[in-house]
Design a protein around this ligand. Structure first.
Ligand code: NAD
Length: 481
């Protein structure tokens, strides 16, 4: 693998500031062509326990550092990531598949959390509370929660880690991270740069392993872990929450979605198509906030579909490292077959394929950008997370109808509203039971704003001031006079 900085290719686990090998091996492959990129040390539950021990031992000293001292390390880490953006983006594209321009975007987005929380940790203010008794003084202080266990997915192998690790470290916590086995190279490269930035040994630990359930049990049940934070599917999130319940561990969950994209009759159709393309086809539709159900007012339905079709046919499919490619492969064959089955079921239920609808010969994991009309709310494709480049369109007649239909799901992560009428936009934004609503925009995530879901899409928020409070305990201090 060609990298300008060869130190970034790491194949061992990072525990207590050391790189640890393991007799068992885990292959990491390029999803575009199945070529093996590297063989990694396959960690198991015992490695996870050792990592928790190191994080636990490192916690008292890291906690005692001043906010300014922690910020200085985080800023060095942020700068090193920027200095190595090209290599980090290349690693990401090779193991995950997204086009290089998107991978670069993810590296910069991921780094922005580190910069933002390096600044935010200086503002971890407590309060002085007006007392109820003149002989008492009341205060609150914020203290880091302790050792944090993290499990992250493969769809954003860099940013889903920094979005947790940066606020946790800034708050004074130490961590053990288990990245997805499909995309560990991006994750381990971050550890290498953290080490170079001077992050103390044991503060950040990483274990990569094929036994996700075994490692997960350690991170959710070891009594030395104070908080567990997960990004991934709702199904796995529920298992991990149940495991955390036995020790009443604090949890944050960033889970699956079923995002509606509403195009009102007063929506600007160029804006709507542009936003829809961005949310639907970024990362080949494999994002938690990816548009999953497109509701178009019946009066503009045909025009919107025609324009979306034109935009979709301009997508360039190929290996993410090739110039100009805008749509890469899906993560693996299982995911590709699942998407194909979902499309088959949708057609069998009576919908119509306008564009695509099949595997592509580009490689084993490629599925054609697919546009489907005549979809109804009872179809599987409208109820399950698609996680692929498939755009299913439905019609709606009035505002009340679309609000009722879009809210009729156990998920509540992201929703999109396309309307030029500010009163209508306000009504819809307020009525949608989602943690995030983007109006006339398709890409909205930023380090400065809280990201997260309602209902079965999650608990807690990442990003912004809210993302930092997840890693603090607020202590009430009462002083008698
Ligand atoms: P997944 O739940 O299958 O896996 C996520 C992580 O959990 C991986 O590291 C995996 O190895 C691990 N894991 C799987 N089973 C486990 C178990 N029994 N015990 C412990 N760990 C286990 O999800 P995925 O396919 O990697 O990611 C896609 C999902 O993530 C989608 O549902 C997507 O919506 C969601 N997601 C949510 C957000 C968000 O911010 N809300 C962001 C990105 C992805």
């Amino acid at each position: 693998m060609e990298l300008a900085n060869k130190h970034l290719l790491k194949t061992q686990n990072y525990i207590g500031g050391q790189w640890h090998d393991s007799p068992a091996k885990l292959p990491v492959c390029d999803p575009a062509n199945s070529n093996m990129l590297a063989e990694l040390a396959d960690a198991g539950p015992a490695d996870a326990e050792a990592a928790v021990g190191e994080a636990h031992a490192a916690f008292p000293a890291w906690k005692k550092r001043t906010a300014g001292e922690r910020a200085a390390v985080l800023k060095r880490w942020h700068q090193l990531i920027l200095d190595n953006t090209d290599d980090l983006a290349r690693l990401l594209t090779l193991e995950q598949g997204k086009p290089l321009a998107e991978a670069r975007g993810e590296i910069l987005h991921g780094a922005s959390f580190i910069e933002w929380y390096a600044e935010e940790c200086r503002r971890a203010y407590g309060q002085t509370i007006p007392t109820h008794n003149r002989d008492m003084r009341l205060q609150t202080i914020r203290q880091p929660v302790g050792v944090v266990g993290c499990i992250t997915p493969w769809n954003f192998p860099n940013a889903m880690i920094t979005r947790k690790v940066a606020p946790a470290l800034a708050a004074g916590c130490t961590l053990v991270v288990k990245p997805a086995a499909e995309t560990p190279l991006s994750a381990l490269a971050l550890c290498q740069l953290a080490q170079e930035a001077g992050l103390p040994a044991g503060t950040l630990n990483m274990v990569v392993g094929s036994d996700a359930a075994g490692i997960g049990r350690v991170l959710t049940q070891d009594t030395r872990v104070a908080k567990f934070t997960f990004t991934g599917s709702t199904a796995v999130g529920k298992i991990l929450m149940a495991q955390c319940a036995t020790g009443v561990k604090k949890v944050s969950m960033e889970l699956g979605g079923n995002a509606p994209f509403i195009v009102c009759d007063d929506g600007d159709l160029d804006t709507a198509v542009q936003a829809c393309m961005a949310t639907k086809f970024r990362n080949a539709g494999q994002t938690c906030v990816s548009t999953n159900r497109i509701y178009v007012h019946e009066s503009v339905h045909d025009e919107f579909v025609a324009r979306l079709r034109t935009a979709m046919t301009a997508l360039k499919v190929g290996h993410g490292c090739e110039d100009g490619v805008t749509l890469g492969p899906l993560i693996h064959r299982r995911a590709t077959e699942r998407v194909a089955q979902l499309v088959e079921d949708t057609v069998a239920a009576g919908a119509t394929i306008e564009v695509g609808g099949d595997f592509l010969s580009t490689g084993v994991n490629y599925y054609a950008p697919t546009l489907i009309t005549g979809v109804t709310d009872d179809m599987r494709i409208a109820r399950e997370e698609i996680f692929g480049p498939v755009a299913p369109v439905q019609k709606f007649a009035c505002e009340e109808d679309v609000i009722r239909r879009t809210n009729d799901t156990p998920y509540g992560l992201a929703a999109y509203v396309m309307s030029e009428n500010i009163r209508r936009a306000n009504r819809l934004v307020e009525a949608l039971d989602y943690g995030m609503v983007a109006c006339n925009a398709g890409v909205f995530s930023t380090a400065a704003a809280p990201f997260g879901g309602n209902k079965e899409s999650g608990i807690g928020r990442e990003g912004g001031v809210e993302g930092m409070t997840e890693f603090y305990e607020t202590k009430y201090c009462c002083y008698g006079a």
